[in-house]
Design a protein around this ligand. Structure first.
Ligand code: ZN
Length: 419
């Protein structure tokens, strides 16, 4: 058992950071990790101990070696006591999740500990394959870009734009041009921080005109455009520009695929409405639902009764609908809070098995608490926000922040101090 003094020394030595991913651990739980596991006769000496965040420690488990996803070699993991961090890793942007391995050891460690695991990289997307310029590899290249976008690897996308891996060849001019253009679109698309939304929308509209006669490309461009408009609508909505949000929202629907468009809802048919809870909610997110309160409450109640424990997304949307009502149905809000409590408990909010869904539901749970205008447990809210930050759910944090402002909660100033 380590003394408090020893723990303090280890934390200082690690500069209060995880010695693997460099994530800052001020005020956050940390773990003291055996570099060579006890099970493999690793000692309790300071030179076999490292400070680690719970994610890295959990993923490292009892491993001492792992596979480099590029070469396939089985190599020793990074040892914070012996190896030079800068030599093996590179941090693209500050914060967790943006660290890349530079060496076999670095890549193997990143792959195992930081969840940059090869299981997320389909085998077809290896760099070597991209170097042969043919239709297939161009196609793979595009998929690869989308993969980076999903992983929020903005800098890599930028690098690729300036210095594409493909050896451009005259013979493939048309496709190459298309790939380049898509690269740029992907880049705009990727800026979830909304920095490049306007540029992305402008650019996608230009491409839309250019590819009028190519149904396949058009489909891709339209779907990107729809998401870009949707993101800008959300951004405007958060800023309080409801009118602007509506305009973008409408544009977003216009560019959605045809089959989604013709899905018009029959508001008089309850079972139909229940089936389409998602579309119903999203469509009406930015304005008051045009349904009599009594009908809406009946509908919500009947949905609530039919929810199963796998359908927490529907519950989230149901709460969204209730949250924008002018006359709040307090009885229903009470019921929803109780149901939400159960959902969160069963789905493992805040545990190792937690996934995004219970976290999203937890956000709505706060909406319900706020709507009841009961006193908010500030410590609990602070813990939740820290937890979401660790999981990179910044949009969720923004949303809950704007929600408390919108309803002008009576503890608003104390709540804002947490954000
Ligand atoms: Zn870590």
């Amino acid at each position: 058992m380590l003394s408090e003094r020893s723990k303090h020394y280890l934390l200082l030595r690690a500069k209060y950071s995880c010695e693997y991913c460099k994530g800052l651990l001020y005020g956050l739980p940390y773990e003291i990790e055996h570099i060579i596991p006890k099970a493999a006769s690793g000692s309790d000496e300071f030179n076999n101990l490292a400070i680690s965040c719970s994610r890295c420690n959990r993923n490292k488990s009892s491993h001492t070696k792992w596979y480099d996803p590029y070469s396939g070699s089985h190599v020793s993991l990074f040892n914070p006591r012996k190896d030079d961090w800068e030599k093996h890793f590179k941090e693209k942007r500050s914060g967790k999740g943006n660290i890349f391995g530079l060496t076999e050891k670095g890549r193997a460690t990143a792959s195992l500990l930081f969840k940059a695991t090869s299981q997320y990289i389909p085998p077809d997307l290896k760099w070597e394959k991209l170097q042969q310029v043919d239709d297939k590899s161009l196609y793979i290249h595009l998929n690869h870009l989308k993969f980076y976008r999903l992983q929020n690897k903005f800098n890599l996308l930028e690098d690729l734009l300036v210095n594409p891996i493909i050896d451009w060849d005259d013979h493939y001019n048309t496709q190459v041009e298309y790939v380049k253009e898509n690269l740029f679109l992907e880049l705009c698309f990727t800026r979830a921080t909304f920095v490049d939304l306007a540029r992305g929308i402008r650019y996608a509209n230009t491409l839309l005109k250019k590819y009028q006669s190519s149904p396949y490309y058009l489909k891709e461009i339209k779907s990107a455009l729809s998401v870009l408009y949707q993101q800008r609508a959300t951004e405007k909505y958060i800023k309080g520009d409801i009118k602007g949000a509506l305009v973008d929202q409408k544009e977003s629907f216009l560019h959605q695929m045809k089959e989604k468009q013709k899905n018009s809802l029959d508001y008089t048919n309850y079972s139909e409405l229940e089936k389409n809870m998602r579309g119903f909610s999203v469509k009406n997110k930015f304005y008051k639902i045009d349904l009599p309160d009594s009908v809406l409450l009946d509908l919500a109640r009947s949905c609530l009764e039919k929810l199963t424990y796998e359908t927490d997304t529907s519950l989230s949307y149901l709460i969204d609908i209730i949250a924008i009502q002018e006359n709040l149905p307090f009885g229903l809000i009470e019921e929803m809070e109780e149901v939400t409590n159960n959902f969160i408990a069963i789905n493992g909010y805040g545990t190792d098995s937690d996934i995004t869904k219970p976290i999203n539901l937890r956000r709505r749970w706060w909406y319900l608490k706020a709507l009841k205008s009961e006193r908010i447990d500030l410590d609990l809210l602070r813990k939740d926000i820290q937890y979401w930050r660790r999981n990179n759910l910044h949009n969720g944090i923004r949303e809950i922040n704007s929600f408390f402002r919108r309803i002008n909660h009576r503890q608003l100033s104390e709540i804002m101090a947490i954000f």
